[in-house]
Design a protein around this ligand. Sequence first.
Ligand code: SAM
Length: 176
Amino acid sequence: MKIEVLRIGQRLVRDDRVTTHVALVSRAFGASKILMYDANPEIKDTVAKVNKMWGGRFEVEIIEEWRKVLRAKKSDSYKVVHLTMYGEDINAVQELLRKEDKILVVVGAEKVPREVYDEADYNVAVGSQPHSEIAALAILLDRIQDGVQFQRKVSGGRREIVPTKKGKRVIDKTSP
Ligand SMILES: C[S@@+](CC[C@H](N)C(=O)[O-])C[C@H]1O[C@@H](n2cnc3c(N)ncnc32)[C@H](O)[C@@H]1O
């Protein structure tokens, strides 16, 4: 399954830390790209450094017009999955989502325009209480991939973690 994430909403500029975390969760939980606008370009550098250190080719694309992107992805057969506390219960739709080939997950910042609810193929709630786009995104990505995202080999990094019961084991791939 190919998964991309679109972050929209107002006041993105003042929300750098959350935007960075949305990008890092997207990367670590198996999405291939995040598309965002009005974001601090340093976020792109931060993610590039994480890729260099820990591998993979996760992309950050700074876009101009999210409406155009939404339309383009829809005509490229992506299913739009909008995360909102007003949506359908994730428990009820996760099986359907797992069958999709290409998904564009839309996460909001402050206020999300009404048209996103209308354009979405699925409006999905991770519980019907307000919380965080970071938490909602992590749970959605995990539910639709059923944990398999963590078994994937992320290649090309300088370092690789060896999971251990205690302490830290890290392979330095740059040393001969
Ligand atoms: C701080 S919340 C904003 C909530 C705000 N009331 C709204 O939707 O306009 C930011 C984003 O977190 C996500 N979110 C928050 N709670 C959620 C929930 N229970 N289920 C799914 N997504 C949620 C949504 O993507 C939302 O746009």
